[in-house]
Design a protein around this ligand. Sequence first.
Ligand code: TGC
Ligand code: FAD
Length: 390
Amino acid sequence: MKKGVNTADFFGIDHLLTEEELMVRDSVKNWVSKRFLPVINQHNRDATFPMNLVPELAELNVFGANIDGYGCPGLNNVAYGLIMQELERGDSGLRSFVSVQGALVMYPILAYGSEEQKNEFLPKLATAEMIGCFGLTEPDHGSDPGSMKTNAKRDGDNWILNGAKMWITNGSIAQIAIVWARDEEGVVRGFIVDTDSKGFSAPEMKGKYSLRASVTSELVLDDVVVPDSRRLPNVEGLKGPLGCLTQARYGISWGALGAAMACYDATVDYTKSRIQFDRPLASFQLVQGKLADMLTEIVKGQLMSLHLGRMKDDGTYNFAQVSMAKMNNVAIALDIARQARDMHGANGITDEYPVIRHMLNLETVKTYEGTHDIHRLIIGQAITGIPAFA
Ligand code: TGC
Ligand code: FAD
């Protein structure tokens, strides 16, 4: 065996991937290394997202990569997952930018939209000529979106939307927002809202210690008029937004592994070069034990996401399996990032090394798209048949 392996491919998982999947993964990985990693620290310090790189991301075909048609490349779900992994190896904010656009904006239009809506929006979203956001969470309703207060009142050929959404990725930079609101009969419906509509505003949320290189906003809807032609016609009820979350959670299960790999690789390099007690840190048994545990968890996570991706392509997966993969892979990534931070000693608290940035980002990833405990409850419901949310 080659000595000193990083995460490259400890378990020979590359043999389970097709030529196309490997090519897609490596092209995104190269782009992230060359174009994104050199600028991420400054963006993280400034709490900005590198918008100038968005056209290059579009060239890489990462937006809606697993959608077929409408200007999208129609990759399979494993290639899509590998893209998420490589983007998040860069930063969770980068993966979020891409997964919100694809899984939370393009997917609902594809799955629930009319043919006119698909033709109008999907090609522009695929090239990022148009940016979208997804408004489900409200100030008082996060884990429990079924209690949302944002409402939609029918007015002839229009709907009048009122309410507030919170913690919305890309809210202030989006041209359209997928907004979920309750109608007068209490039915949850989805709307494609132009963000320059009268009565719509999206103040940016400041002061985040986590996911700093990502724009997060409130959405305020004050008598916003939305034509009925902008209602997503093919879904009603909470299963609409929850179906989108399943798509995004799947991508996050891969993405978190990318962040874990970045932390693990940095720690292997660091502990091999850092000398204490006249020996490299990597020569101590306790350090090797930690590296072994980190890599073992990464390999288990890779196998889980890969199998899930193959099931998703076959149409044999379910949303509780997606919850398990999101929950597990984010949890192990956060543990690995915390270990990595510790093993870098004082250097681990600086942005000279990527570990504390990933560690702090992963606190968000653990919370959004369903908190760790919400996923435990979803799995618990699948096991017992008894919902224990309320
Ligand atoms: P419940 O009665 O269980 O479900 C209502 C209907 O929805 C169906 N369903 C799902 N369908 C598809 N995918 C899923 N994951 C689904 N979960 C449930 C369910 O079968 C039912 O269908 P039907 O036909 O019977 O009507 O609903 P509940 O109100 O009891 O809620 C269940 C719960 C707590 C699990 C759900 O509300 C939940 O998942 N809460 C977490 C909220 C959440 O994850 N929010 C994320 C907001 S978006 C975001 O964070 C973006 S971050 C940016 C980025 O991704 O990078
Ligand atoms: P709460 O629901 O208040 O949960 C607080 C704690 O209580 C958690 O530990 C939770 O596990 C626990 N808890 C809640 N209910 C239960 C229960 N029944 N049993 C046991 N424990 C429970 N949302 C969007 O709609 N669109 C976005 O683009 C988006 N982007 C985001 C970006 C960032 C940076 C962040 C931080 C969040 C984003 N979110 C977005 C919101 C995110 O989905 C919510 O934060 C998440 O769903 C949790 O909701 P909450 O923050 O209100 O926490």
